[in-house]
Design a protein. Structure first.
Length: 204
């Protein structure tokens, strides 16, 4: 996006030869509007319904090849809750995304989540936790989630139940993952806060 927190932003559409202005989407800030979607079939963004208060009442929207913006469903599925954006992945006809719930006294127990929603907005499952997710990715049957606590959790992609949970360590020292990528032959690539890339064998 082109634009800071003080002025309206406009989506910029890039191809190999040129740059084209997309639709105006209101202001953008990192905490509210971050929504990096892995394995996306098209671009997705978070946009507010009020250009003067773009952090409120955000919707998940898809961007067409011609720059057309189509709102899909509200980012928060809980009435009166304000959710911050987070990492996401597209699985079939659904989006799995992480986020946190705003509270005036800071993040509350159970205030972080991972949710799977179909593209009509229906919630297929949700998984609540106490720590914000820093990264996630998925294969055909498992969602992998890294947290700022240093934890790495695998969730069943169909039901959202926990398959396994571990605390990341390198040489006996704890670390935190900032990026995840499912790799071929049953491996997961983990980028850590201290600049390492780990290749981990996945449990089945």
């Amino acid at each position: 996006m082109d634009g800071g927190s003080k002025r309206p932003a406009r989506l910029m559409m890039y191809d190999l030869d040129s740059t084209v202005d997309g639709p105006e989407v209101g202001r953008y800030d990192l905490f509210n509007h971050g929504f990096a979607v892995r394995s996306a079939s098209r671009p997705y963004v978070l946009v507010g319904t009020d250009l003067d208060k773009p952090h409120k009442d955000k919707w998940i929207a898809a961007v067409g090849a011609d720059g057309t913006l189509r709102r899909l469903f509200p980012h928060s599925w809980v009435p009166q809750e304000h959710h911050f954006g987070g990492p996401a992945v597209e699985i079939g006809q659904s989006l799995v995304y992480a986020g946190t719930v705003h509270h005036g006294h800071g993040l509350q127990p159970g205030g972080a989540y991972v949710v799977r929603r179909s593209l009509n907005g229906a919630v297929q499952w949700q998984y609540r936790t106490d720590h914000p997710a820093t990264a996630l990715d998925a294969d055909e049957d498992t969602v992998y989630v890294a947290y700022n606590s240093g934890a790495l959790t695998a969730l069943d992609a169909d039901q959202g139940s926990v398959r396994w949970h571990t605390e990341l360590e390198v040489g006996g020292a704890p670390t935190t993952a900032l990026s995840l990528a499912v790799a071929p032959q049953g491996h997961l690539l983990v980028g850590t806060v201290d600049g390492r890339i780990l290749e981990c064998s996945l449990r089945r």
